[in-house]
Design a protein around this ligand. Structure first.
Ligand SMILES: [Zn+2]
Length: 437
């Protein structure tokens, strides 16, 4: 591989109009997205409305992609003629004088039904499925990989809203309640495409009200999410990746019923009888190859599961991986199954990055309204799809070998300094060639 010198890199970056290239990617993959942003159901009192929903939403998407930490800072950073013109040209407005203030945007997000943003995300994911070039990332040339994981959004000492999850911490000796926390969690389903992870569905883990018999939890949230995912993508061949929490009978049942495959981390404590049987059988089974061991067809309640173990030495460190799956493990697929199981860390990383964005929005902005919080969360997911396609899906940018931070700040710089015109956008749309690694 040819090494790119720092000087060359600077020169090359100067030649690229980052914002223009970003629009090119956006239009190539999602040509109707502007219309979708404009047509969300708007509950605001129309006689007071100054900005279209597309302007409000696109501003937040740009804020997220350019990694601006807070809504307040966005208002400051975007307060430039270039930004106003660029937004106007992008969305097809002739007379835009100002961009909306962050309070205007947050007030709008407090009223917007999150379903509206979910619909936009669904549109984007469907468009991605249409692109044949992504098919090579399927597992065993068939299954789209979907990783599930829950992350915390916010936590408070006082009750924040009626949907908060409540947790009491007790003193080990006296049993007295030492502290109480009220928090919000979200379960994400992410489509894994090579190095990219795209939010395909979101389920908020929340209580229905302050009174409940049993609090909501990750497994229950997964049941709701799975149902919706199946309704939305009826015939899509899916393989679910999850941590050891998911290695239980209800999850096996859901996946089997939906004709989904699963690869889940496997720990002794989660399902003891499978563990015991696996330990006994692996001594007599002959399914062993290059550090991989597996046992197929272990009976467990109403399901049949397979277990695969890998003992691999990487950089002189011995590593052990253990998964439970309904894919029949064979010599020819064992390496791929384990590699895909291991790729689940990506969603954890992404989840963490997203979480930081959301926390900033909520904390800096005092936008503690639960609906606005959900909408901010979904706008981060939408922006993340665009950001990743921009950074990785595209040879020109990928060739720079720049980090995420660098690309985000280049994009911000370009958005604030260079005017883009409708002619530019049309020209950019014409000459496009997108290749994936
Ligand atoms: Zn709450």
């Amino acid at each position: 591989m040819k090494k790119i010198t720092r000087k060359k890199k600077r020169d090359k970056q100067k030649e690229i109009n980052f914002f223009g290239e970003f629009l090119r990617i956006k239009n190539h993959f999602f040509k109707d997205i502007n219309t979708k942003l404009k047509k969300v159901k708007d509950k605001r009192h129309q006689s007071y409305v100054e900005y279209g929903t597309d302007i409000l939403l696109f501003s937040v998407i740009m804020k997220n992609i350019t990694a601006i930490e807070s809504m307040k800072k966005m208002t400051v950073e975007f307060n430039k003629d270039e930004c106003i013109t660029n937004v106007a040209q992008t969305l097809g407005y002739e007379d835009l004088v100002e961009l909306p203030h962050h309070d205007t945007i947050n007030n709008f997000l407090k009223k917007l039904n999150p379903i509206e943003l979910e619909k936009i995300r669904d549109y984007m994911i469907r468009k991605l499925f249409e692109k044949r070039c992504l098919e090579q990332y399927r597992l065993l040339d068939k299954y789209w990989i979907i990783a599930v994981d829950a992350t915390g959004l916010v936590s408070y000492r006082e009750r924040h809203c009626e949907h908060c999850l409540k947790r009491e911490y007790r003193n080990k000796d006296t049993g007295e309640i030492e502290k109480t926390r009220y928090s919000h969690y979200v379960l994400e389903a992410k489509l894994v495409i090579g190095d990219m992870v795209f939010s395909i569905d979101t389920e908020f883990i929340e209580n229905e009200g302050e009174e409940y018999e049993k609090q909501d939890c990750e497994i229950n949230a997964f049941k709701r999410l799975a149902q919706r995912l199946k309704n939305k993508y009826k015939r899509l061949p899916i393989c679910i990746l999850g941590d050891s929490l998911y290695g239980v009978e209800p999850i096996f049942q859901i996946c089997n019923k939906n004709k989904w495959k699963y690869i889940l981390r496997f720990k002794e404590g989660r399902t003891k009888s499978i563990w015991t049987e696996y330990q006994e059988l692996k001594e007599v089974e002959t399914n062993k190859i290059n550090g991989y061991t597996w046992v197929n067809s272990i009976d467990y309640k109403d399901s049949i599961v397979n277990v695969v173990e890998a003992n691999l030495i990487e950089k002189e460190i011995e590593k052990n991986f253990l998964y439970i799956s309904n894919l029949e493990i064979k010599k020819k697929n064992v390496e791929e199954v384990v590699a895909v199981g291991r790729s689940r860390w990506k969603i954890e990383n992404e989840g963490f990055k997203n979480q930081k964005h959301i926390k900033n929005n909520i904390e800096h902005q005092c936008c503690e309204d639960y609906t606005a919080m959900k909408n901010h969360y979904l706008l981060v997911q939408i922006a993340e799809i665009l950001r990743q396609l921009f950074e990785q899906g595209y040879e020109l940018i990928r060739g720079l070998k720049a980090g995420i931070k660098e690309i985000s700040s280049r994009l911000l710089e370009s958005f604030r300094r260079e005017f883009i015109t409708v002619e530019d956008i049309n020209k950019l749309n014409k000459r496009i060639q997108i290749r994936y690694l």
